[in-house]
Design a protein around this ligand. Structure first.
Ligand SMILES: [Mg+2]
Length: 269
């Protein structure tokens, strides 16, 4: 991981799209700071496309797509994208699975939920589970005392034994049925909504993240950045981001925004 300050202005100028994780990448200690929110807003105002790519639930994503300065959002680790069309006053939603598949998957996820809660003491259903449509989120660090890594691994193993995918964020283990992840749905929104093919995306997108569920994005995008707190997860990462910010969480995200905005200003002047 190269220090973000070494990303050349010339390379930075080719970036037009910011895809970003939310928890512990844009937010800091569970809160959205004014400076991180301003970074999102300043990027969008300067003409960048800003698209959060998160494990957070559909209920939150409806709010974020509608009210935050973003051009769309990928949620529940790639189960869907939402985009609010301000001119048509319409929320466009695209799901990986059909409503019927979502219903069938929920029955299977309910069985996993019972098994995890019964066999991993200290784990809990994530407090945002009620607003999820496609996945099951088990809390190991958000509203419960942090579980040791061995217990996080046990939660993952239960999902996998049931044939589900499982990814570890900084706070939850998220599991789902279906062959998708943050990357596949990010490609879908870029192509469907913004007409951007993969070759173009590789040149013009940067992804910011902080944890193992960001790995598919770190692996795929030549421009990727980890905020400094990614060091805590470094030993779990097979695919690391190309660059690393000096700042933690929202400060690291603001650092990225400052760099991209400076590159753009310099180009314009
Ligand atoms: Mg995160």
């Amino acid at each position: 991981m190269i220090p973000l300050s070494q990303l050349s202005l010339e390379k930075a100028r080719s970036i037009r799209v910011i895809l970003t994780d939310i928890d512990d990448t844009v937010t800091t200690e569970g809160m959205l700071t004014a400076s991180a929110y301003a970074a999102l807003e300043n990027l969008q105002r300067a003409g960048f496309l800003v698209i959060p790519v998160t494990g957070r639930p559909a209920g939150w994503c409806d709010h974020i797509a509608r009210m935050w300065p973003v051009d769309g959002i990928v949620g529940e680790n790639g189960a869907f994208y939402f985009r609010y069309d301000r001119e048509r006053k319409k929320m466009d939603q695209h799901f990986w699975a059909s409503p019927e598949e979502l219903k069938q998957n929920r029955t299977k996820l309910d069985a996993i939920e019972k098994e995890v809660l019964a066999s991993v003491p200290g784990s809990a259903l994530a407090s945002d589970q009620a607003y999820r449509l496609a996945d099951l989120a088990i809390d190991f660090c958000e509203d419960v005392p942090a579980l040791p890594e061995s217990e996080v691994d046990r939660i993952v193993a239960i999902f996998e034994r049931h044939g589900a995918q499982a990814k570890v964020s900084s706070i939850h283990v998220n599991g789902w049925f279906g062959d998708y992840n943050k990357l596949s749905m990010a490609k879908t929104i870029l192509a469907d909504v913004f007409g951007m093919g993969w070759e173009e995306a590789k040149q013009s997108v940067i992804y910011a993240g902080d944890s193992p569920n960001d790995e598919p994005m770190f692996a795929a995008f030549p421009f990727s950045v980890g905020v400094a707190n990614i060091h805590a997860f470094e030993h779990r990462l097979k695919n690391k981001p190309a660059y690393i910010a000096k700042g933690h969480s929202g400060d690291g995200f603001a650092e990225l925004a400052d760099l991209l905005l400076a590159a753009k200003r310099q180009h314009a002047s």
